[in-house]
Design a binder for this molecule. Sequence first.
Ligand code: ATP
Ligand code: MG
Length: 451
Amino acid sequence: MTSAASCAIATPMSTKLQPARGTRDMIGADARRHNAVADTARRIAGLYGFEEWFTPIFEDTRVFSRGLGDTSDVVSKEMYSFEDRGGESLTLRPENTAGVCRALVTNGLTQSLPQKAFYAGPMFRYERPQKGRYRQFHQIGCEILGAAEPLADAEVIAAGWHIIQTLGIAEGVVLEINTLGDAQSRDVYRAALVTYFSAHEEKLSTESRLRLEKNPLRILDSKDPADRELVAGAPLITDHLTPSAAAHYAAVLGYLAGFGVPLRENPRIVRGLDYYSHTAFEFVTDRLGSQGTVMAGGRYDGLVEEMGGPPTPSVGWAAGMERLALLMEDAKRTPRASRPIAVIPMIEAAERAALDVAQKLRAHGIPCDIAYRGNAKRRFERANRIGAPAAILIGQEEIEDGMFIVRDLKAGTQERVSLLGLPRTLSNAGSPEAAIASLVDIFDAGNLPPL
Ligand code: ATP
Ligand code: MG
């Protein structure tokens, strides 16, 4: 007896099994949108010279949590961490930038910089699930490792914008950008923030009072309404920049204008972690309710060093694939399902011939579907259900004289044709299917081997 079977007997299931809270299945249109996001992003990133990296889905917890100063939500309360059987503390990756930086060091790539990494895959955060916010979600991301130049900031952003445009979801999406300055700018700024917030300490949320000591910049990121009111009057980083930090920011803005990326400066964008500096940005939309940030990124000049590598100035972004897919749905940009041609043996003896036809068509890249069972009527029903534009019917007569019946399933018309006439008939049926078009090409070019 298998263990699954014995389990089922021991604990009969009174309720149906559901996906774990905050996780979801992607089937049909959901899966097609998800794939379109990944495929488009991968292709566009390739145009900018990014190569895909695959890092493990779980890592040593220290890859994500590197010290007592980590007060970000992700590190302090959202991580899926567990001890494995060997007593190691492991964490399901909540994001992939840390993994990419760890991989850069592990693989000795700090010797050949810059590196341009693209990734797409699942991430895990223990947070309250809502539309566009899940516990297992997916990100695409681009990272340029080992480039301090403002052109790198601008180009990685331009690649992100290019992806958003190519997905057909650019309407209503805008780039918001800010600078966090360099370490020196931030020291001065941090002091200004402490002075300001200390004067209003009694109005701060408990959480932010804690941040005031550990990391006052994080208060700017607070979602608490009382905090937000105070934040509105807080000093701005842009008033505390060193000349070289100001020059970096100005250059990034200049290049972005050159790339044609529309943007809005937002001095309230911050990143709480110490390894961030200079450019910080988000692509936001008002179409996703409170989950309005679709892509977020910035410069993280100190992160590779925290992984034990040499100083490696880097910049990148990550985008939530579910949020991009929601925007595609909103913009009615769902890719169509592939609609295979149904191959229907009308009698049992025609099955062999039907398989031959199907394999020949598939060999030429034309999708075919063969129902495994049922009488002819059932098979037609299936052909209609899967949206087949046409069916190829094979009966006794057809086997004998090498003819096939092609039926246009939309118009209901049909024709009896020889194999050579088949493609012409399909195209005459007026279906726009690419499959049929390529079928015609193949036959016109005389490429299809005889049956
Ligand atoms: P938020 O403020 O929405 O929690 P964040 O600052 O935690 O976002 P990042 O860590 O910058 O997000 O991640 C980059 C992108 O990943 C976000 O802009 C968003 O599109 C997506 N994302 C983050 N968390 C989730 C989640 N739980 N479910 C779905 N997408 C997410
Ligand atoms: Mg978050």
